[in-house]
Design a binder for this molecule. Sequence first.
Ligand code: SF4
Length: 495
Amino acid sequence: MALHISKSKYLNGLQCPKLLRPSFTQRAPNPDPSPCQMHIFNTGHEIGDLAKLVYPDGIEVPMNYEDLAATDRDTAELLNRPSAERVPIFEASVLIDNRYCRVDVLVPIPDETGEEPNRWDLVEVKSSTRVRDVNINDVAFQYDALTRAGIVLRNLYLMHVNTAYVRGEEFDVQQSFPLEDITDRAHNVLEYVPRTVDKMLTVIAGPDPDTPIGKRCTSPYTCPLIPHCWSVLPENNVTDLYYSGVRAFGYLDEGLFSIVDVPDERLTHQQKIQKKAIASGAPYTDAAHLRGWLDELVYPVYHLDFETMNPALPPFPGLRPYQRIPFQFSLHIQDSPGAEPRHVEFLAREPGDPRAAMVAALHAIGDEGSILAWAMGFEKGVLNDMAELFPAEAEWLVELTDRMVDLMVPFRSFWYHHPDQKGSCSLKAVLPAITELSYDELDIADGNHASRAYDEAIYGSMEPEEKEQVLDHLLAYCKLDTLAMVEILGALEAV
Ligand code: SF4
């Protein structure tokens, strides 16, 4: 088959020409820049399937990966039906002029005057909460391909998540996923599509491009080839600088690769400390500030961590799309500095709203003592959400937030900085840098994975044995989050 540009390849190519070349993309586990990150709560629907709820009389064009032209023919059959028989088409497929695209939905426009038969609206369905430039380019590419195939389009829409929607007893898909008209914005970039496609075809047929590392590596998507392309950089390079942002790419352009090469006058206070720690190979400590902070802690100290999920489709009345729902916490309790901790945990093991049971379990927290969390804004937010939901517990839950102390502060303030943190103050970076513990051996090792795994275990179709295994992995993961805090606090006490 002739070379063609699909819409995902088009978006890849806009981000970086290297992403058009198999010599690069074969090194990546998933070169598609738009994997669906969503895990939908107890519905079985993918985001794209939502359109089928909005257009219940629509017909889907079956995909034939072996023969794209066959899919194209099936689409043509649906498009060319007599006016009275036309229905919305899901996954309409067009293969023309080196372009290939599948369209989420084509909606027929009734021909009221009899003068404009066979016109369609195009609907692109996204799990995002707003229109982004990448969506405009995506729809413009589709418009270009479809009009080349003789399909007459009227309006172009993005169906995306409305975060202002609050679910009632029933889920209202039209309120939750409204249409936003992007016709004018797509038309504004349309003229660039043909020559961009031509350039991409030239890149695909030519030698590997030598596109440098830059802002494109993380925008609009984090490029899956970063481990490959960035591997040429030395250890402790400028992309590891604390909050370097795009400035790091400027340093690379200037030939400043290592953090130690960057002059002090161009670094922030924290970055200078990071540079100093790297140069000395030893942790930097500000003992006075650290001691002052430790002395403010009130024992017993409670190390608290929540795991939450953020479903696009609110599963319970009163929830908004993407609103967090806590389903698990871990709590380590230390009665005095360095004391062996006691452990308390909660995990909702069955479907349903877990929040009432969680609040009850949180009463393991006593009336006195500091409550430690890492980046505590998140834990405070969860407690405040539950205070709103349960008025009878609100005063107590808000009091808990008043007792919270952020264990990240000594690291964010650079009162302690280990060179192995690589400029990061995340728990995952600090833990292995200053203790013997790490997340390497765990089956679930980050919050996104935990959320997805929980969704699949509780609301998916897992066998009971597999479900129990996943729940055990979740318990191990959340437990390590708070044990990590115990160990890190111990390491700070020992400085
Ligand atoms: S990591 Fe950067 S340079 Fe390498 S392919 Fe991705 S965007 Fe291009």
